[in-house]
Design a protein around this ligand. Structure first.
Ligand code: FAD
Ligand code: PYC
Length: 416
């Protein structure tokens, strides 16, 4: 393993950064694996890592049609928090937050976790009551959550327009101080390097085009590079979950829509933490580079176009200016989108499928970055034991038959 000491940084700087040791190997696919994971985003890579690390299953391939982290993992706004509403969700996301808190050490890779807090605003007494109820529910699980009055909101985010004549006056808010952000590429690359070190094959530019079944059991995957036999297969392809699952004869109740984000030109540090306003439909933070990072509601129509529409962009910018009128003088530098796969109750779909030995990690919608560590850990357990990990029992496909939904639409950072 490379030792990233000051000496090695200086050596690489002097050699023009030409001789870095690659973080993972580029492998040719073998003809057979114990487990094939389709999708080299954070969820797929973390599942591979924990299969090898926690269960000793190393004859594993991660097949990625493009480049690692080129899907939603590399396109998201990296909000990390565990302030969901129902105990099933808070316990699941809190486990993820705890794993994030130790992740740089676990992977020996700096994922740049920065816990500056996530603040959700209330603009009406009714919203304030809702946030109080939400905050109490989280505290009952032993998880940190705190109501802020207007003075405390001002102290946390002085640049926010909290004047009474703002278009949507702020009355208060609810904060999770352990919430924050991490660097998305580093999360994908750290898990990739960790998995590679443990013997997992990471194969990019290898699109899966179909699944082979024998009776009701998975036998392997067809790829652009040929057939690969596998005892078990995991589908972890976010924006294309229903497309891939359908190839294996599994229908997922998922809607796929673009979700956009955008950044301004960089400025000096003016914001600490993330602020979310569910009313104006914007969330705002400042990147380590100084850009003001903005996101809003998902696009109105299902699409696989990874661009997003101008109207959603305009709405996000205008909502941001409702909160921070001073940003009107900033230039918008970049905009991008990813396709998010939204389930009927806005909770993930995790675990076994009706096809024997085929597993799914999907339905992450607008919030699966924060769940990469726990999604990987619990799905690896489920694949290794062919039994749902207790933390993901509530998130199985069977809930669409039993009706035991875990409706977290209101806890998603953005409307969708
Ligand atoms: P991905 O990272 O999308 O990985 C799936 C991979 O599968 C892709 O690399 C894709 O190329 C590959 N693939 C697809 N089809 C095939 C095939 N046929 N063969 C092989 N490979 C295939 N979440 C948060 O927690 N906090 C946030 O602040 C947040 N903000 C977001 C903002 C935006 C703009 C977007 C788009 C998403 C946001 N999310 C956020 C959601 C989060 O990004 C996703 O839920 C998460 O990244 C899903 O991880 P994944 O590994 O499942 O998917
Ligand atoms: O999941 O917290 C979240 C989030 C915020 C913005 C997009 N997703």
């Amino acid at each position: 393993m490379e030792n990233y000491s000051l000496w090695s940084l200086a050596k690489h700087a002097l050699s023009g950064h030409r001789r870095w040791t690659p973080a993972w190997h580029s492998r040719e696919p073998k003809s057979r694996y114990d487990v094939v994971i389709v999708g080299g985003g954070g969820q797929g890579l973390a599942t591979a890592y924990y299969l090898a690390k926690n269960h000793g299953i190393t004859n594993v391939a991660v097949l990625e049609k493009g480049w690692l982290g080129g899907g939603n993992t590399g396109r998201n706004t990296t909000a990390i928090r565990s302030n969901y509403f129902y105990p099933e969700s808070t316990n699941f996301f809190e486990r993820s937050l705890k794993l994030y808190e130790g992740l740089s050490k676990e992977l020996n890779y700096n994922v740049m976790l920065s816990q500056h807090g996530v603040l959700t605003l209330a603009h009406s007494p009714h919203q304030l009551d809702g946030l109080e109820r939400w905050s109490n529910s989280i505290q009952l699980q032993g998880i940190d959550a705190e109501m802020l009055d207007l003075a405390q909101v001002r102290e946390f985010m002085p640049l926010l327009d909290t004047s009474p004549d703002a278009r949507y006056p702020v009355l208060g808010g609810f904060i999770q101080r352990r919430g924050g952000v991490a660097r998305h590429d580093a999360v994908a690359w750290g898990y990739a390097r960790g998995a590679d070190n443990l013997g997992v094959d990471i194969i990019q530019n290898c699109e899966v085009t179909g699944f082979r079944l024998g009776g009701n059991r998975i036998k392997g995957v067809d790829t652009k590079n040929g057939f690969i036999e596998a005892d078990k297969v995991v589908i972890a392809v976010a924006g294309h979950s229903s497309v891939l699952a359908r190839m294996a004869g599994v229908n997922l109740p998922i809607t796929s829509v673009p979700l956009q984000a955008m950044v301004s030109e960089p400025i000096k540090p003016v914001l600490s933490g993330i602020v979310i306003s569910p009313l104006v439909h914007a969330y705002v933070s400042q990147s380590d580079r100084g850009e003001i990072l903005m996101g809003g509601r998902a696009d109105a129509y299902p699409s696989y176009g990874q661009r997003g529409t101008l109207s959603a962009l305009e709405e996000t910018v205008s909502a941001t200016l409702n909160l921070f009128p001073t940003f009107s003088r900033l230039k918008l530098m970049r905009q991008w989108a990813g396709i998010v796969d939204i389930s009927p109750d806005s909770s993930p779909i995790l675990g076994k499928t009706p096809v024997t030995a085929l597993y799914i990690s999907a339905g992450w919608g607008t919030g699966g970055f924060k769940a990469i560590p726990v999604g990987g850990e619990t799905l690896a357990y489920t694949v290794a034991n062919d039994r749902a990990h207790p933390l993901i029992e509530p998130f199985g496909m069977d809930r669409f038959i039993t009706g035991r939904f875990v409706n977290e639409a209101a806890a998603a950072g953005v409307e969708h």
